[in-house]
Design a protein around this ligand. Structure first.
Ligand SMILES: C[S@@+](CC[C@H](N)C(=O)[O-])C[C@H]1O[C@@H](n2cnc3c(N)ncnc32)[C@H](O)[C@@H]1O
Length: 236
């Protein structure tokens, strides 16, 4: 679909409120958080991301910073451009939009990657980029925070996102439930005033929240962790 088309069909507008944001508004809104859009590793999550109009703009800004700083070194460009990609997250109800969003982000990354790395650009890095996009751009319901099927109906499965933490050139992957992340984000009091023992009756507590040993406050607990590995060794 052309990037300037804002509506695919009247039915989709009626059913899902699907009206994409025009480029001018996207840029103006991203300018409101200019510094963050230019930080390579600052994380962005867009619920209801459509085909990724906002996420593509954010990625473009981050990749431009990577190009300016690391464009002369193919290995550095590869590493930092992949880091930029890991920081972009989206949830979208409709499977065709998810696929389009992943494809647009991939094409955008790949175009800049090929231009910067030329002969050093390789299929392995492209596979990592595709894996990151499969993990970060998910088909789900941003209201129920559950995954959805191809018809947009809720599944039992919660939305789970991967945190890509960088330790030098190693990557530490941890997976979190989005509902847990959002509960804690929205209820600051939980962090400051309450301890894990207060939530012993809550079945979610033990499995999904833990006390930060440094600060003594509740933080989301990963539901899965991977040992740190060199970024080129990332596998499904
Ligand atoms: C107004 S459009 C905006 C798309 C994109 N954010 C943009 O600005 O171009 C809303 C999008 O939200 C999706 N959507 C509607 N309900 C949703 C829900 N409960 N969870 C996730 N996505 C939803 C629609 O499929 C549509 O792509």
């Amino acid at each position: 679909m052309s990037e300037e088309l804002q509506v695919k069909s009247k039915q989709r507008v009626a059913d899902h409120g699907e009206v994409f944001t025009a480029e001018r508004e996207v840029k103006a809104m991203c300018d409101l958080v200019l510094n963050e859009t230019e930080r390579i590793d600052s994380r962005f999550l867009e619920p209801a991301c459509g085909e990724g109009n906002f996420l593509c703009e954010i990625l473009a800004r981050k990749l431009e910073v990577v190009r300016r700083r690391y464009g002369k070194s193919a290995p550095d460009f590869e590493f930092y451009s992949l880091m930029a990609l890991t920081s972009i997250y989206g949830v979208e109800l409709l499977a065709d939009n998810v696929a389009a969003c992943q494809e647009r982000l991939f094409d955008q990354w790949n175009t800049v990657y090929n231009a910067a790395c030329r002969g050093d650009a390789n299929e392995h890095a492209r596979e990592i980029a595709r894996l990151v996009l499969r993990k970060n751009i998910l088909c789900g319901n941003a209201l129920s925070l559950k995954r959805v099927d191809d018809c947009g109906q809720d599944l039992e499965e919660p939305i789970i996102f991967t945190e890509w933490g960088f330790i030098g050139t190693d990557v530490k992957r941890r997976e979190f439930r989005l509902d847990v992340l959002l509960t804690l984000e929205g209820e600051e009091g939980l962090r400051e005033n309450q301890t894990l023992s207060l939530f012993d009756d809550d079945p979610l507590c033990g499995d999904y929240w833990e006390i930060d040993p440094k600060t003594g406050v509740l933080i989301p607990k990963p539901i899965r962790e991977f040992p740190p590995i060199y970024f080129k060794d990332i596998r499904e």
